[in-house]
Design a protein around this ligand. Structure first.
Ligand SMILES: CC(=O)SCCNC(=O)CCNC(=O)[C@H](O)C(C)(C)COP(=O)(O)OP(=O)(O)OC[C@H]1O[C@@H](n2cnc3c(N)ncnc32)[C@H](O)[C@@H]1OP(=O)(O)O
Length: 441
């Protein structure tokens, strides 16, 4: 069946590629965002023979970006074998950047503005920009506009040692002064999440990611880079017992969060290829999964007691209801593991009548996410979390899982992605795969 003219077009994930995620100060120490993004794109181009291809738009971005990288994505594209006429855009929505870039290119394809797109993101904790003091910046701006040698000399003479104190990067919320981890510690305590529950989730993440590597799951999703062939945070020998021995890092009262059940500061990049079925067919590509829909939400973590990282709690039921689905229709749940406590608080909130009905105003609870459907190939606790690159990692993995499961079972498979983000934001997404040959039945 062909879509009526001017009807929104269907958009499919056709493939993805990422470089293994690195630890801060690890394999990608000294490597720029641009080089990592170019590497992720290079791998995608090589795998899907996109050399000289004029892609409709490449949307990318980084949360931590140097001022000189104002056109980071376009600069990365120019470093690849794509047709240099390929346009690109930088976007930023904290940890949800990689999902919003997908939303952006999907919307353009759906409206008929373009036929193909690449969505992705990159971040480097190792190369995070370090700012200078306000006083030094003002003096340097004035210096750059000085017209005479006298003016220049007088400005240089006004410089004081205190002007040179650098401002160290810190991921604290401007409105509360608390870091993501400190915010999550409050939410974790409020939802009564135990240390054991968090450590069990973290151990499962490492177990699942290690098994995914073992079975070759990443063979079509990853290209090694700078001598790194596997996510540096992955520790296949992680056990609940080992995690129980780690000291707590966030929160003072009843602290339960550790380096083992929190994501580590990471470096990495990812890219996802999307397009219409016709564009894919013309290049001999088989769609992995359809990009069905997105929703975004935000919490009032400033004035109220809503958790900073709890926005997906509200976004997910809206996404499902608007698409005529319930939690029972979902085969795979990908919930970004900002912290183990984030996932566990989210799962508890979806089961809580008090939260879903009394507070958020839904008719009913969302329900229980079966653990065997949750983050089955591991997630950010084991893989690492280079902020803007995480969305692309999840989308490509989920689309691959959906394709395999649809073909294995002969049934439609659906998966949802939930990504929380700084400043109380959250984005969720629905992907769906039909068994090959049954898309239009
Ligand atoms: C929307 C969002 O996504 S919000 C999330 C945004 N992300 C963040 O805020 C990042 C949060 N994370 C951090 O700030 C840091 O990673 C921290 C504070 C949690 C930990 O930092 P560090 O202490 O430098 O971590 P480090 O890697 O050294 O680990 C500490 C110890 O735990 C151990 N450890 C960590 N993971 C494991 C594991 N899986 N198994 C066993 N031991 C482990 C390390 O070996 C290390 O042990 P050592 O001290 O004996 O060497």
């Amino acid at each position: 069946m062909t879509a009526p003219q001017n009807a929104p077009r269907r958009v499919h994930v056709l493939g993805g590629n990422r470089i293994p995620f690195g630890k801060i100060g690890g394999a990608y120490r000294g490597v720029s965002n641009r080089d990592m993004m170019t590497a992720a794109l290079d791998g995608l181009i090589a795998r899907y023979s996109l050399q000289n291809e004029r892609i409709g738009e490449v949307a990318g971005g980084a949360v931590l970006k140097r001022a000189a990288d104002f056109n980071l994505t376009r600069e990365s594209v120019l470093g690849t074998a794509l047709d240099p006429h390929t346009p690109a855009i930088d976007m930023q929505k904290a940890c949800a950047t990689g999902l919003e870039t997908l939303n952006f290119v999907t919307a353009k394809i759906r409206l008929g503005q373009i036929d193909s797109g690449i969505a992705g993101g990159v971040d480097s904790a190792s190369d995070a920009p370090i700012e200078v003091s306000d006083s030094l910046r003002r003096k340097l701006h004035t210096l750059s506009r000085a017209k005479t040698a006298g003016q220049r000399l007088s400005l240089v003479g006004s410089l004081r040692p205190s002007d040179f104190a650098p401002l160290a990067p810190r991921n604290s919320e401007p409105r509360t002064g608390l870091s993501m981890g400190e915010h999550q510690a409050i939410t974790t305590r409020e939802w009564g999440i135990t240390r054991e529950e968090q450590d069990e989730l973290a151990a499962a993440s490492h177990r699942n990611l290690a098994a995914a590597y073992e079975e070759g799951f990443f063979d079509t999703l990853m290209t090694g880079y700078r001598g790194c062939g596997r996510d540096e945070f992955l520790r296949p020998d992680t056990t609940v017992e080992k995690l129980a021995g780690l000291k707590t890092v966030f929160g003072k009262e009843q602290a339960t969060m550790t380096a083992g059940n929190s994501t580590g500061l990471s470096d990495g990049a990812s890219a996802v290829l999307v397009g219409t079925e016709e564009w894919a067919a013309a290049r001999g590509l088989t769609p992995l999964a359809e990009v069905v829909d997105f929703r975004a939400a935000a919490t009032d973590y400033v004035h109220g007691d809503e958790g900073l990282l709890m926005a997906p709690v509200e976004a997910m039921p809206r996404l499902l209801a608007d698409n005529g689905l319930t939690i029972d229709d979902i085969d795979f749940f990908e919930i970004h593991e900002a912290f183990a406590g984030t996932v566990l608080s989210t799962l508890k909130a979806w089961e809580s009548r008090e939260y879903m009905v009394d507070r958020l105003g839904f008719d009913d609870v969302l329900g229980t996410v079966p653990r065997e459907k949750l983050n089955v190939k591991g997630s950010s606790l084991a893989a690492g979390h280079p902020f803007a690159a995480t969305g692309g990692r999840i989308v490509a993995s989920l689309a691959t899982m959906l394709r395999t499961a649809a073909d294995d079972t002969g049934r439609t498979q659906r998966g949802v992605i939930s990504v929380c983000a700084a400043s109380g934001q959250g984005v969720v997404c629905l992907l769906q795969a039909e068994p090959v040959g049954q898309e239009d039945k």
